[in-house]
Design a protein around this ligand. Structure first.
Ligand code: MLT
Length: 307
């Protein structure tokens, strides 16, 4: 009988609202994906999920807070390729370890990276962009957040062998506003943030850094088609709980996340924004743990400390 009985906490969890920390500004890609998925999860779990945007230090301030939070299932973090992989080489004094201090819960979305520019940035296409930024590397600037946007453009800059000025923001939501307003020249950003602005014609998209074009942006060429095949980058959004959160709670959150990813309205919204919805084998906590390990190994040799 004992083996059949589930732990009491899993039978009752959650009994109150859950906080999901988003480590970047509201309105950016991490925030948007987290809000779409948690709105559905809250229905499944029968409790509200409150989004708390905590900005600073490329998402590492919030992620440190989440690592130190009570491991009772009531504080979660919307981590991503930046906070849970690129942060390791970018921030040598990182106060948490993505693998040791968290329980992976679920992968929520893959988010291809695009090279974007203000509408009146002179280059017309990616070939011209490459020539222009190489010739004007002292003058041009790139918006970034010290996380995915930074890591992606660092990869681009290392391929082009240039070191333009970086303009820091606390999220690519505000960075996108600056791009639309023409206050910064270009940025490497996740598709979720870019689709609405590209469709509204308020910014330029030179290329998407994936092998295939994205159905949400059929006219945007791949980097290979546009002449820069070496630049390949896709980020991902996920959900983590502090280390030691019980397996039963992690399982219940994972099941609610999967239910959200299978919901027609949630899928439609994520796909409209260009996200790649994880397939069945990528949805387990174990698969997310492997992704984190592989992504740390992938980005560590590529990135230098951000400071
Ligand atoms: C955001 O949500 O603002 C972005 O994910 C930040 C980034 O990693 O560049």
């Amino acid at each position: 009988l004992c083996v059949l009985a589930a732990p009491a906490e899993a039978q009752t969890y959650p009994t109150r609202s859950i906080t999901m920390i988003v480590p970047f500004a509201a309105g950016g890609p991490t925030d948007v994906v987290a809000r779409i998925v948690t709105a559905h999860m809250a229905q499944t779990l029968g409790q509200s999920i409150i989004i708390e945007n905590v900005v600073g230090a490329g998402g590492t301030t919030a992620t440190t807070r989440a690592a130190r939070a009570a491991n009772d299932g009531y504080t979660l973090i919307a981590g991503h390729m930046g906070t849970h992989a690129a942060s390791v080489p970018l921030y040598p004094k990182l106060a948490y370890h993505p693998e040791k201090d968290f329980e992976p819960v679920a992968l929520l979305a893959g988010t291809p990276i695009l090279i974007l520019a203000r509408k009146d940035f002179p280059p017309k296409d990616l070939r011209e962009f490459v020539t222009y930024v190489k010739a004007n590397a002292e003058k041009v600037n790139a918006a970034h957040v010290g996380s995915v946007s930074h890591a992606s453009c660092e990869l681009l800059h290392s391929i082009l062998d240039i070191k333009p000025v970086g303009v820091p923001f606390n999220g690519t939501g505000p960075a996108m506003n600056a791009l639309v307003a023409g206050q910064v020249d270009y940025m490497c950003d996740q598709i979720v943030n870019a689709v609405p602005q590209i469709n509204a014609g308020t910014i330029k998209a030179y290329a998407i850094a994936t092998a295939e074009r994205n159905p949400s942006l059929p006219s945007v060429p791949t980097t290979a088609e546009a002449g820069l095949p070496a630049f390949q980058a896709q980020a991902w959004n996920a959900m983590f709980a502090p280390k030691g959160t019980s397996p039963a709670i992690v399982a219940s959150l994972n099941a609610a996340a999967i239910k959200a990813l299978d919901d027609e309205t949630v899928r439609k919204r994520l796909l409209e924004l260009g996200s790649v919805i994880p397939g069945p084998k990528d949805r387990t906590p174990e698969a997310l743990a492997t992704l984190v390990k592989n992504e740390i190994a992938k980005w560590s040799p590529v990135l230098k400390p951000a400071t």
